[in-house]
Design a binder for this molecule. Structure first.
Ligand code: ASP
Ligand code: MG
Length: 467
C-alpha cells in the first residue's frame, strides 16, 4: 500500500515516543511505501506565535528567550532520542543552522519593527522545520534510509494568502508526485513538514492552525495514496466524550460527511479543509493513536459498510457559548435583514456557530463563543440597534449539544426520541437547528446541563452498543 502517516505534536514530544514512532515506521516500511508528515513538537508553534507577539511589543529579549526555549527543547530531544553518535552529531549541527536562522529572522523583524503576514508565516514555519529533522534522524537511527523535507521542498505550491493559504493543486500534484516517487524508488522514507508550503515566489506560506492534517491529505491525493493515517493521542472518533460518558465507544467506521461534523464539534479536532482533497479521490482515512498502535482507530470512507445501522452515531458537545436573540419589528418581511446582521458580525470577525429564524420572522437567534459575545453584541448595537433591531437578548454560558449520523436522514421519530430523553431529565432547550441534510441535529442548553443531556442521549440511542 501507499500510505501517508501523519503525526500530531503530542505524538513526537518525548524521546521514547519518537523512538517508538521510528520503530513503527521502520516496521511499516517493510510492507508499504510510506510518506511521513509531521506537526511541530507540542508547544513549539505556540512559542513561535508568542515570539511574534513579543516582537510587536518590541520586547526583543523575550523573543530571544523563547527562541532559546525552542532550541533547548529540540537539542535535548535530539540527544535523548538518537543513539548513533554520527547521526546525532549531524542532526545537532543541522538544527544549529536553523536556530541561527531563527535568531537572524527575529533580529530582522525587530529591526523593521513589524510583523507582516508573510514574515509571520516564515517565523511559524520553524516548528515543522525542526520536527522533521528529529523524526527523520530517528528513522535513520533505527536503520532505515530517510530524508526530511519542508512543504516547500516537497513541492507544495500555494496562493499567497499568508496564514490561510490554499494549494495550487495541479502544479503541486506534478511536483509532489515526482519528488515522492524518486524517494520511493530509492527505498527512502520522506518525512515532510506539515502546515506549510510556498507561494509561486518561493515565500513560505501556512495553512492555518492545525494545518498539518491538510498537508497530509494534499500529499495523499497527489501521490494517489491508498490510505492516510492521522496519528495523535486519541484512539479515534468516539460516540461521546469519554470524560462525560464512561462507556463511550470508539466508532469503527464513519463517512467523510459524518467525520467533518464530528471533528467540528467533538474532542478530536481536525483542520476543517482536511477532507477536501479526499472527497474527489475517495481515499480512506484512519484516525489512530500513536500510543496504542494495536488499535485500528476510526476508518473514514465515502460510504461506510451498511452493517453500521445506527441512526445517530455520536453525541457531541461544545460548552461556553453565548446566545443572542435579535428581535425587531421591522424585520418581518424585510429582505436584507439577515444580510445586514451577518455582514455586521463578519466585519467584526465573529464566527457564528448556530443560526435559527422562526417563520414569523420576528427574531433571529444566533450562537457565538462566549469570548466573542461582547464584541458581537456591541457591534450589533452600534450598527443596527434602533434601525432594524429593536432589542437584543443575551444568554451566556450555554452549550451546544449535537447529534450526528447520516442515518437520521429520512428516519421518522428521531427528534421525538431526542427531546423525549431531554424532557425526562427536565432540561430546558433554548434553541434547535437541523440542516436539511438531516446529518446533524443540534440544540442549546445551559452549560450546567451538558453532562446530563449527553448521557441521556447516549443512553437513549444505546450508543454503548454500537459496533
Ligand atoms: N504546528 C501547527 C499548529 O500547531 C500545525 C499543526 O499542528 O498541524 O497549528
Ligand atoms: Mg498539531
Amino acid at each position: 500500500m501507499r500510505l501517508v502517516v501523519k503525526y500530531g505534536g503530542t505524538s513526537i514530544s518525548a524521546a521514547k515516543d519518537i523512538q517508538a514512532v521510528a520503530k513503527h515506521l521502520n516496521l511499516l516500511s517493510k510492507k508499504h511505501q510510506i510518506v511521513v508528515v509531521c506537526s511541530a513538537v507540542s508547544g513549539t508553534t505556540d512559542d513561535l506565535l508568542e515570539i511574534s507577539e513579543s516582537i510587536k511589543k518590541e520586547n526583543k529579549s523575550r523573543a530571544e528567550q523563547l527562541a532559546s526555549k525552542i532550541t533547548n527543547r529540540h537539542k535535548q530531544l535530539a540527544k535523548q532520542t538518537i543513539k548513533k553518535s554520527n547521526i546525532q552529531k549531524k542532526l545537532l549541527a543541522n538544527l544549529d543552522q536553523d536556530f541561527a536562522e531563527l535568531l537572524a529572522l527575529i533580529d530582522g523583524m525587530v529591526l523593521l519593527g513589524e510583523v507582516t503576514p508573510r514574515s509571520m508565516d516564515y517565523l511559524i514555519s520553524f516548528g515543522e522545520r525542526l520536527s522533521i529533522k528529529l523524526i527523520s534522524s530517528a528513522i535513520n537511527d533505527s536503520g532505515k534510509k530517510s530524508v526530511n523535507l519542508t512543504g516547500k521542498e516537497v513541492g507544495i505550491i500555494t496562493d499567497s494568502n499568508f496564514g490561510e493559504s490554499k494549494p495550487l493543486i495541479d502544479t503541486t500534484r506534478l511536483r509532489v508526485s515526482k519528488a515522492i516517487d524518486s524517494f520511493f524508488s530509492k527505498k527512502t522514507i520522506p518525512v515532510v513538514g506539515g502546515f506549510t508550503g510556498a507561494d509561486q515566489h518561493g515565500h513560505i506560506t501556512t495553512f492555518g492552525r492545525g494545518g498539518s492534517d491538510y498537508s497530509a491529505t494534499i500529499i495523499g491525493s497527489c501521490i494517489k495514496a491508498d490510505e492516510i493515517w492521522l496519528m495523535s493521542d486519541v484512539d479515534g472518533l468516539m460516540t461521546a466524550d469519554p470524560k462525560i460518558v464512561k462507556n463511550a465507544k470508539l466508532l469503527k467506521e464513519v463517512s467523510y460527511v459524518e467525520a467533518i461534523e464530528m471533528t467540528l464539534f467533538g474532542a478530536k479536532q481536525i483542520h476543517p479543509r482536511t477532507f477536501e482533497p479526499l472527497l474527489t479521490k475517495k481515499i480512506p482515512m484512519k484516525i489512530r493513536n500513536s500510543f496504542n498502535t494495536k488499535n485500528e482507530g476510526t476508518l473514514v470512507t465515502v460510504s461506510p459498510s451498511p452493517s453500521v445501522k445506527n441512526t445517530v452515531k455520536c453525541v457531541s458537545n461544545v460548552r461556553n457559548n453565548g446566545l443572542i436573540d435579535i428581535q425587531g419589528g421591522s424585520m418581518v418581511g424585510t429582505p436584507g435583514t439577515a444580510a445586514k446582521i451577518f455582514a455586521t458580525l463578519a466585519k467584526s470577525e465573529i464566527n457564528v456557530m448556530m443560526i435559527s429564524q422562526n417563520p414569523s420572522e420576528s427574531s433571529i437567534t444566533i450562537v457565538v463563543k462566549n469570548s466573542d459575545l461582547d464584541k458581537a453584541v456591541s457591534s450589533l448595537e452600534m450598527e443596527l440597534l434602533g434601525k432594524i433591531i429593536k432589542k437584543l437578548d443575551v444568554t451566556t454560558d450555554v452549550a451546544i449539544i449535537a447529534l450526528i449520523g447520516s442515518g437520521m436522514r429520512g428516519t421518522v421519530g428521531v427528534a421525538s426520541k431526542i427531546f423525549g430523553a431531554i424532557e425526562k431529565n427536565k432540561i430546558n432547550v433554548s434553541m434547535i437547528t437541523q440542516g436539511s441534510s438531516e446529518l446533524n441535529l443540534a440544540f442549546v442548553v445551559k452549560n450546567s446541563d451538558t453532562n446530563a443531556a449527553v448521557r441521556a442521549l447516549h443512553n437513549s440511542f444505546a450508543l454503548d452498543k454500537i459496533h
